[in-house]
Ligand binder design. Structure first.
Ligand code: HEM
Length: 365
């Protein structure tokens, strides 16, 4: 029998999954509850697709080496996740056609259920590398406490599985070329010149009060300490300890090296991959802020159906729930191309791709 559209997509089941809580209530069906249900279900379908992509990416990263074609596939998958995230953010506009009053027609029927209990959302967070200690708690309970038995176990297990954060770190640590020349010596000289220049601008700024100048110079010393950490593993370890860094010293160095010399052919794909990790992290953070704003618009200062402080909780979580904070710290250490030493010619040669036709190969007719 030929494939039939409706059967292939199991639409009988899919279209029979919209059961409104208000249908059985004394006040009768709340018109906007259908939108509320369908928007949430659509999110969950997209979450499924994101997990599908992330699992493939993690499987590719799990090997000993990530060759060029693997990197290309990882890039494709992550680029798809980023596009889905745009849809997820845009979808909030659709939900916002519901007014706060329309929401009140059925909101109380939902307590204590909440998006907070989305198992797939938690799996995505953990696959990316959001840690338990990055989570804002409320009611004195771990986020997993609000999940049911089997789902709780699945989410707990995902906390201990290697995340994209961990896999990317291990991949960066394996970056060749890092020890190939005295990059850090040259880099440090260039940075010192740049910082001395910046410091002078602060010191000479006639528009600052003495107090402002003192505060800005103190902030400057803090930045300087972070630069020192680039070449000093112990200073880096101290930053990890205080929570300003997550990646190892070597991984952080590799990410910087790749970013600075991104136009070298062999580093360009790795650079694209790092840029996509930033996009994915930014995509989720954008969604978190957008969802927090929508929540404030919808329920004002009321508490959430799940029992949190509502908008205030969500905004705090948006600030903390980041998977790749190191990548966002990286631009502090960028230098303009003119300040960078050119790579030694032998290394530059290694970083180029050469197409060798079979006619060029020795021994070939
Ligand atoms: C009327 C619309 C919505 C309102 C007022 C709202 C409100 C809230 C509130 C207050 C929370 C915090 C937990 C709580 O106390 O319940 C929350 C969490 C959450 N919501 Fe929504 N939400 C809405 C729509 C959505 C949609 C469409 C999704 C898509 C799946 C969603 C996903 C989530 C997720 C994943 C969390 C957990 C976030 C975290 O812990 O970082 N929400 N929501």
């Amino acid at each position: 029998m030929s494939v039939y559209y409706h059967d292939y997509l199991h639409l009988d089941r899919l279209l029979d999954c919209q059961h409104l809580a208000s249908a059985g209530s004394p006040a009768g069906v709340a018109h906007d509850e259908m939108l509320f249900v369908i928007v949430h279900q659509t999110y969950e379908l997209w979450f499924k697709q994101i997990l599908w992509e992330l699992d493939d990416v993690l499987a590719r990263f799990a090997g000993e080496a990530l060759d060029e074609s693997e990197i290309a596939r990882v890039i494709d998958r992550l680029a798809r996740v980023v596009e889905i995230q745009r849809v997820l953010v845009d979808q909030i506009d659709v939900l916002e056609t519901m007014t706060p009053m329309d929401f009140l027609d059925f909101r109380d029927l939902l307590v204590p259920a909440s998006g907070f209990q989305s198992m797939q959302f938690r799996l995505i967070e953990n696959r990316l590398g959001v840690r338990a200690e990055d989570r804002v708690t409320f009611g004195g309970a771990r986020y997993t406490e609000r999940l049911r038995g089997g789902q709780r176990e699945q989410v707990l297990a995902s906390e201990h599985a290697p995340s994209l954060h961990d896999r990317a770190e291990a991949w960066l640590e394996r970056t060749p070329f890092l020890d190939a020349f005295d990059f850090w010596g040259a880099y440090q000289r260039a940075v010192k010149e740049l910082l001395a220049h910046d410091r002078q601008i602060v010191a000479d700024n006639p528009n600052l009060t003495d107090d402002e100048r003192t505060a800005q110079l103190a902030a400057f010393e803090q930045t300087f300490r972070q630069y020192e950490a680039l070449v000093d593993p112990e200073a880096h370890a101290a930053l990890v300890q205080e929570g300003s860094r997550r990646w190892s010293h070597r991984a952080f160095q590799a990410a910087l090296f790749i970013s600075l010399y991104r136009h070298e052919p062999a580093l360009h794909q790795p650079y694209r991959l790092l840029a996509l990790l930033i996009d994915v992290d930014e995509g989720f953070t954008t969604w978190r802020y957008r969802h927090a704003l929508m929540t404030q618009r919808m329920i004002g200062r009321r508490v959430g159906t799940g029992g949190s402080a509502g908008g205030a909780y969500l905004t705090r979580q948006a600030e903390r729930g980041r998977a790749f904070p190191d990548l966002f710290a990286l631009p502090t250490f960028m230098l303009p191309a003119r300040a960078l030493d050119p790579l030694p010619s032998e290394l530059a040669e290694q970083l180029r791709f050469h197409y060798q036709s079979h006619l060029d190969q020795p021994g070939r007719p």
